[in-house]
Design a protein around this ligand. Structure first.
Ligand code: AMP
Length: 299
């Protein structure tokens, strides 16, 4: 089995009501791959500038992540700045500096083309489309996005959506994309265009999975300590897809379990800034929290 992740490898500047962190390592690809690495050995596709820390590359490798698809270009690494209010679900993007990502043409190395699962993390939808075109026989294509692309490239986004099986998005993004205020109606509109499942991420309220004749709800883990919500969505995707890659099954029962593993991974990353919590995470903690989730919803 193999999971290929295209996403950003980034520097993030994050401001919360309690602290500000300048240029810490982040990126949709970074978060997703680290979360998935607890289940499988993911392969990343992306680009960094010469300023991206070598220790980070070494850490990816230590976690079994394949970096053959990561290009190092002259110039600066992608930089994103965001501010959170007291409500962790409310985030404002202050700036997006694409830098080396701007003219990046993603290329799948030959052994990546055979991947079973492709995750099109949050990057320009035209870049996502180029990746889908290079994959030879994916069993599952999943995709994420962000409001920047919904506003600036809606036509490109819909074009990619038609080729994906699983679409991850938060409720605000879903409503914006479909111009619907009711989430279920909005979800059905997207399902009618191609995807088999939409994973509607609802921040601290959990996730709702909508498919054709399928609906599944997962609570978010009741976290007391929410330090930095960045990466929750990507870690959700990493846990979800990493688990599916590990078990090599895509039936409805597997989708339900994968949703819980996604929620588990998201619940950890928000406990500290950037990737700090992931760096200390053990498989035993993941198992324990998965079991707690089971108790949370059984009655
Ligand atoms: P999440 O909190 O899961 O939605 O993901 C946040 C991550 O996405 C951050 O680490 C950012 O570096 C990255 N990100 C934000 N905007 C973009 C963008 N337009 N393109 C690629 N990556 C982005």
């Amino acid at each position: 089995m193999s999971l290929v992740i295209i996403g950003s490898l980034a520097f993030d500047t994050i401001e919360t009501p309690l602290a500000r962190k300048e240029k810490i390592v982040g990126g949709s690809g970074t978060y997703c791959a680290l979360a998935a690495s607890y289940f499988t050995q993911p392969k990343i596709v992306g680009v960094v500038g010469e300023d991206f820390p070598q220790e980070m590359m070494a850490y990816f490798e230590k976690r079994g992540i394949d970096l053959a698809g990561v290009k190092i270009e002259r110039g600066k690494t992608f930089h994103w700045e965001a501010r959170y209010g007291f409500d962790p679900n409310q985030r404002k993007t202050i700036r997006t500096e694409l830098n080396v990502f701007k003219d990046y043409k993603p290329v799948l190395p030959p052994d990546y083309r055979q991947a079973d699962i492709i995750f099109l993390g949050n990057v320009d939808p035209d870049q996502q489309d180029e990746i889908v075109a290079q994959a030879e026989r994916p069993q599952l294509v999943a995709m994420d996005t962000i409001n920047l692309w919904i506003n600036s490239k809606p036509a490109s986004l819909w074009k990619v959506l038609e080729k994906v099986d699983v679409f991850f998005a938060n409720d605000e993004e879903i409503k914006m994309l479909t111009e619907e205020i009711n989430l279920v109606k909005a979800g059905k509109k997207i399902l009618s265009r191609g995807p088999s499942f939409i994973i509607m991420k609802k921040g601290e309220h959990g996730a709702l999975v909508l498919g054709k004749n399928f609906v599944f709800g997962a609570l978010a883990y009741p976290c007391e300590k929410v330090v930095d919500p960045t990466g929750a969505g990507d870690c959700f995707a990493g846990g979800f897809l990493g688990y599916l890659d590990k078990i090599n099954s895509y039936d409805k029962a597997s989708i339900r379990k994968a949703t819980i593993y996604g929620s588990v991974m998201a619940s950890f990353v928000i406990e500290d800034f950037g990737i700090e919590r992931l760096k200390k995470l053990s498989t035993l903690e993941i198992k324990k929290r998965f079991d707690e989730f089971k108790k949370l919803v059984s009655f």
